[in-house]
Design a protein around this ligand. Structure first.
Ligand code: GUN
Length: 292
């Protein structure tokens, strides 16, 4: 029987621990963990993600601050806000939602967040720590950290002898995911848009992690029988043309791949809930480090 991972349930247990830790911090030091989420512009999907992050921060008992900036915000204005948040002792975590409007460069913004407040794990210090195998003293990128919980549950702590393929090479997901798998001794490959014969490569993977943003791209014939399949895609597709109805699907054709894989994550309800849970976990970790 194929195991369908319940991301909501796993996220709920991470969040229970976060709430307990945040409450303990507050009772011992009088300090609430603080998360500042910054969104620029009007992208509806980004607003929905950011709203969920801010709400969850409140639910965890954090001081939750959302900065909603207009689409014409300048690079200097955004930089000034990040500098203010860096200096605010009540803010322990800063997240600037990506993508930014095209006139803004994300990199200087991300790199200007103080590493100890970079709860997305995106700046060079935190990404660098993951790449040298240090996942303890920095902050690890949320979605890969969540996906690794699923991988470890299926295969244990040591992935020696297992082939892992990550499709997608973003700084937000693909690169840190590959590093985490490598740290756990998997034999890791990263595929991307110019990779040749992707289906054949996929069939070598005991652990297949897909983050490409292409609805149901990975088919059953691409899956090695018995593989663990982690689907990071969240794609909204219209169900009936012009009906206005839509549903969310991943990058993996779930129903058919279910027949071949041993372990698989659904969309929605797989990796998605873990991203927010790990963001909360990073924030409470940052708050404890600042006040401990
Ligand atoms: N956009 C989509 N996912 C994320 C994320 O995890 N962090 C940030 N900052 N932006 C995103």
């Amino acid at each position: 029987m194929t195991v369908i991972i319940d991301g909501k349930q796993t996220a709920a247990s991470v969040l229970d621990a976060v709430k307990e830790t945040a409450a303990k911090l507050e009772s011992e030091t009088g300090k609430k963990a603080g998360l500042a989420v910054v969104i620029v512009g009007d992208d509806p999907a980004s607003h929905s993600y950011v709203g969920a992050k801010s709400r969850m921060a409140k639910e965890c008992g954090f001081n939750s601050i959302q900065h909603t900036l207009t689409a014409d915000t300048t690079q200097d204005e955004l930089a000034d806000l990040v500098l203010r948040l860096n200096d605010d002792p009540d803010v322990h975590g800063i997240l600037v939602q990506l993508p930014l409007p095209t006139h803004l460069s994300p990199d200087p913004v991300i790199q200007s967040i103080r590493p100890e407040k970079d709860v997305d794990g995106l700046n060079a210090t935190n990404a660098g720590k993951v790449s040298i195998g240090d996942t303890k003293t920095g902050l690890v990128s949320c979605t890969p950290a969540g996906a690794m919980i699923f991988v470890r549950r299926a295969h244990g702590q040591d992935l020696s002898g297992l082939n892992a393929l990550v499709i997608g090479r973003s700084n937000l997901f693909g690169k840190p995911m590959a590093q985490l798998l490598l740290n756990a001794n998997a034999t890791v490959m990263i595929a991307h848009s110019t990779t040749k014969d992707l289906p054949a490569l996929c069939r070598t993977a005991d652990i297949l992690v897909v983050a490409v943003g292409q609805p149901e791209m990975v088919k059953a014939g691409w899956i090695k029988p018995g593989a663990t399949v982690i689907d990071v895609g969240i794609n909204r597709i219209e169900t009936l043309e012009r009906s206005g109805k839509s549903r969310l699907v991943g990058d993996v054709a779930f129903k058919e791949c279910l027949e071949v894989a041993d372990v698989i994550t659904p969309v929605p309800g797989g990796v998605g809930p873990m991203t927010i849970a790990m963001l909360m976990a990073n924030t409470v970790t940052a708050a404890i480090r600042a006040n401990g």
